[in-house]
Design a protein around this ligand. Sequence first.
Ligand code: URA
Length: 432
Amino acid sequence: MTTPVELIEAKKRGRSLSEGEIAALVDGVVTGRMSEAQAAAFLMAVWFQGMSQEEVTGLTLAMARSGRMLDLSPLGFCVDKHSTGGVGDKTSLVVGPLVAAAGGTVVKMAGRGLGHTGGTVDKLEAIHGMRVDLSVEEMLDVASRVGLVISGQTEELVPADRVLYAIRDVTATVDSAPLVASSVMSKKLAAGAHGIVIDVKYGVGAFMASAAEARALGELMARIGTDAGRSMAVALSPMDDPLGCAAGNALEVAEAVRCLKNEGPADVTQLCLELSTRMLMLAGVASEADEGRKAAERALASGQALERLVRMVEAQGGDPGCVEEPDRLPAAPWRIPVRAQASGYVHQVDARQVGLACVAAGAGRERRSQAVDPAAGVLLRCRRGEEVRAGDVVAEVHASDRPRAERAASMVSAAFRIGAGRPRATDALVWL
Ligand code: URA
């Protein structure tokens, strides 16, 4: 049998690993036969040498099979949607209810915030009483009653990713396409959805810097999913500026609710309708994009999507009043305005800076074990393309105390790039 040292040596020299070698690697990681130091060395070798498509598919399947694989077939065809991470990306809270209200079944296992990016589980926990630690059986029960469930990853799923992810996080090996693709797709495959929509983000606020890198990652994920027998649709979308006006957990839930009332920022609503359309097509609810789009728009305009979110929150133990009246969500005692430093047009609001400001305000984590402040975050009052005068309020920072609010406010101020002349519009979303 191949030893951990032999596997590291092979990858260090750029050799492709066989299916058996990859299975031995994943087994070693889960059983502890491969030490953390050895796993770290292996991951760094992958970062430098890359992996072939066959190796990434093999790694993903071996990781997915390291724990329980869910069988969602009793629920019929189920769809899921995943974003590779950004700032202000609350689309899961809108897309899930939209698709469920239009006739799809959505089963989503979501994650927590990572670095400067937010996570759906943290956002949902801003709703009083909301449970995001459902067992598999509870998830199936909620999905069968509501057509929609969003919960955190259960302990039984993909133990190999838990080990590898923790090591990647502290060894500067997160931003590797084969490692991101296998990490995301192993969880998607194990969670059982038959149709998967992936939104690969690129830009300063995302893990992939350029559209070309996002495309390579998207193609890798699409192939893994298709090879595993799933229906896939992959979008590439920009993340240079935050999505919408709100970043931070309760603030994003409130913005998602505004979107579901058809009163949200246009960029969030349009992205949600695009993603929902593809999910409805994968689910077979619509055969063409036009039909899917109309179904999603009807679910929005009729209020049925909002009602679906209320039902999901209720079924998961949360206070539906927080959705019906978002003023009941946690609110921060400190709110500090951020003023424009110059007159001109907003050329960019640096999404990464805003994400880091959210972490400084308490909305994200500086250490993995840290609790997040559900009320903390940033509300943008001005965005790319708008004209401002020096001294105008361009954003508001929410935090639990003054020092946090002030630190975050100076970061948000630095995030605003103001210049002469109108800036170019952001890239449009493209489907692979
Ligand atoms: N999200 C994941 O689950 N894994 C990664 O590697 C990156 C983002």
